[in-house]
Every structure is written in C-alpha cells, then in structure tokens.
Design a protein. Structure first.
Length: 68
C-alpha cells in the first residue's frame, strides 16, 4: 500500500529530518485550509491526506523518541 511505503520512508529518517517534514506538512495544511476558505481549493480530499500524513510523521517521531 501507498501509506505503508510512506511510513517506511519516514522510519528511515532521523529526528531532524522528521521535524523538517512535519513543519512543511503543517505549512501545507495551513495553505490548503486558507485556499478552502477562499473557495480556491479544487481537491478538498488533499486536506484529509495531509492531516493523516502529519499524524504519521508524529507517530514516527514518537517511535524514535521511545527507542532512545
């Protein structure tokens, strides 16, 4: 599945890379919400996908923190 591959890629990264990816995902989510509020967003399903990716990144960060 696509999500399993994405999570495997996340687990291969270190904490700093995950923090950068989390920041960029949150910025993307903000921009998507802004576009949705101004009726400029065509693909509203992208908001849900980015929210789930943020959760996956946070899960990977937690897993790394538990290992150390």
């Amino acid at each position: 599945m696509k999500t399993n591959k994405y999570y495997e890629e996340l687990k291969a990264k270190n904490a700093a890379e995950l923090a950068d990816e989390l920041t960029s995902a949150k910025k993307e989510l903000f921009n998507l919400r802004f576009q949705n509020a101004t009726n400029q967003l065509d693909n509203t399903a992208r908001i849900r996908e980015v929210r789930k990716n943020i959760a996956r990144i946070q899960t990977a960060i937690t897993a790394i923190a538990k290992e150390n």
